[in-house]
Design a protein around this ligand. Structure first.
Ligand code: SAH
Length: 276
């Protein structure tokens, strides 16, 4: 049996309870064989514990695993299952659409369910959701991920809380984020150094999107640059202090706010009303 490798952030989930919370958060359906069922994308199947459950509840599962030895192991274990497709490679550089183009049963997965490698959480989120500037062209219906607890808290934080940061604004601009449950380090073998949590993301478009997404991205980046400073000080390089004060007053926002006090909608409004 393959031993867990540090290099690929391998920690096998061994808690039945956590597994079932992940799977139920994805709300999967097999459909009736007419293409209506869920097609799931899994990143990093590892030894296949989650994969096996996904296979029993979804119409099709595509799993992308970087580790060759694990791929060999998984092929022996699950290779005969008809609705399973295993792709060996780095999820971050893989052109999934191109690979799946000739495989109708697996095309356009509509959900992502995965216990991902934590060392590449940011790039994975970006590949799944896109960025403020370039949202994903074909967004998923749902994304259920096991992530580091601290990241889960930041993804799901509300404005005004300490955890609400640039990541919260960037991801919540693109998706509704829900905290599903905690998963303690002991639920894995070997246990990671950090606690974990399950989150569910539902990609969405805001009712009022950013008129100039690039500008919003710049304002968020600068606004959160120094978390202890007031927003107006962080934005000094792009906006006159008086201009920002006036703008905030017009939005009925206290001019002394810090970046974390503005909701995603307020960030968008600020950007939409700012004309350099
Ligand atoms: N889902 C499994 C394993 C999680 S550990 C379980 O719950 O037990 C993370 C997995 O992601 C490992 O199998 C690791 O080999 C794989 N992985 C790491 N980097 C990857 C990458 N860039 N692309 C695809 N898989 C990757």
């Amino acid at each position: 049996m393959p031993q867990p490798r540090k290099q690929f952030a391998q920690h096998w989930l061994r808690s039945e309870k956590a597994l079932s919370r992940i799977v139920s958060a994805a709300d999967l359906s097999k459909g009736s064989g007419d293409g209506s069922g869920d097609r799931v994308l899994e990143i990093g199947p590892g030894m296949g514990v989650l994969t096996r459950q996904l296979l029993s509840q979804a119409a099709a599962v595509v799993s992308v695993e970087i580790d060759r030895d694990l791929c060999e192991f998984l092929t022996k274990k699950l290779g005969a299952i008809e609705n399973f497709l295993l792709l060996q490679g780095d999820f971050l550089t893989l052109d999934l659409d191109a690979v799946l183009a000739s495989l109708p049963a697996f095309q356009h997965p509509n959900k992502v369910v995965a216990n991902i490698p934590y060392n590449i959480t940011g790039p994975i989120l970006e590949k799944l959701l896109g960025t403020i500037d370039h949202p994903a062209a074909k967004p998923f219906d749902r994304i259920v991920l096991l992530v580091q607890k601290e990241v889960a808290q930041r993804l799901c934080a509300r404005s005004g809380s300490k955890q609400f940061g640039a990541l919260s604004v960037r991801v919540q601009y693109l998706a509704e984020c829900e905290f599903i449950c905690d998963v303690p380090a002991g639920a894995f073998h070997p246990p990671p150094k950090v606690d974990s949590a399950v989150v569910r993301l539902k990609p969405r478009s805001l009712a009022v999107p950013a008129a100039d997404p690039q500008q919003l991205e710049t304002l968020v980046k600068l606004g959160f640059a120094s978390k202890r400073k007031m927003l107006r000080n962080n934005l000094q390089s792009v906006m006159e202090r008086d201009q920002l004060t006036e703008l905030l007053e017009r939005l009925a926002i206290n001019p002394q706010v810090r970046a974390e006090d503005l909701s995603v909608e307020q960030w968008v409004e600020l950007s939409n009303r700012f004309h350099p």
